[in-house]
Design a protein around this ligand. Structure first.
Ligand SMILES: C[S@@+](CC[C@H](N)C(=O)[O-])C[C@H]1O[C@@H](n2cnc3c(N)ncnc32)[C@H](O)[C@@H]1O
Length: 211
């Protein structure tokens, strides 16, 4: 890049921090889901955004990953499927794990996502959800404030709802899913002042009854 086209120093520094945040977010997401994804699993990443989590799951755990989203920002070399927000274009029982990370509160119809995730699971499979926490008034202020900034800086709005854990349990039950494991992750990427996160590992309710 010559002197005329080079970005000013401050802009380069902003871009550098943005790149560092994206890569730290990716590692945080990998560490959040890896304990719940068996080696070699068939994984659907629903709401995959740039698709890079799928590449880590493939490269580090040997998973066969399909990325899926309502918008195509995919930067991966994995199969990508467009979701219309209502029904997934794949047959039932195709996946061992469906990951849904920080997606449900963005979706106009989170129930459709949960029902479709359940349908896409093979018997005994798991849906791994990550969400921002709003258990207390302060957590709600932090989570909503963060999403206002996200909207201003990236244009990514949210059409769904932030729910308390009890309300999520009820929502999952409406989709025929129940919580098997819940892991509180603390603030996103370990950074003070960021929304606190939780991972919820779900299984089909009939599976639970048979165990
Ligand atoms: C905050 S981003 C999270 C992306 C990624 N899962 C992550 O954790 O880095 C929310 C993602 O949800 C997607 N999304 C929004 N509504 C959706 C819907 N109804 N079904 C599937 N994905 C949706 C957006 O396009 C975006 O990629």
């Amino acid at each position: 890049m010559d002197a005329q086209t080079a970005a000013p120093g401050w802009l380069e520094r902003v871009r550098d921090s943005a790149r560092r945040i994206v890569s730290r977010h990716l590692e945080f997401n990998f560490a959040s889901v890896a304990p719940h994804v068996p080696r070699g699993a068939r994984v659907l990443d629903l709401g995959a955004w740039n698709g890079r989590l799928g590449m880590l799951l493939r490269d580090r755990l040997g998973c066969a990953v399909t990325n899926c989203d309502v918008e195509d920002h995919d930067e991966s070399d994995l199969p990508f499927v467009r979701f219309d927000g209502r029904s997934l274009p794949m047959s039932s029982g195709s996946f061992d794990v469906v990951t849904v990370l920080y997606v449900l509160h963005h979706a106009a119809d989170d129930l459709a996502i949960l029902r479709e995730a359940r349908r896409a699971l093979r018997p005994g499979g798991r849906v791994v959800v990550a969400e921002d926490m709003v258990e207390t008034l302060w957590q709600r202020v932090v989570t909503v404030g963060f999403h206002v900034l996200l909207l201003l800086f990236t244009g990514m709005g949210w059409s769904g709802r932030f729910r308390r854990l009890k309300a999520w349990h009820t929502r999952f039950a409406e989709a025929g899913l129940e919580v098997e494991t819940m892991v509180e992750l603390g603030p996103h990427m370990g950074l003070p002042g960021w929304p606190r996160n939780v991972v919820l590992v779900l299984r089909a309710a009939e599976t639970a009854r048979r165990l």
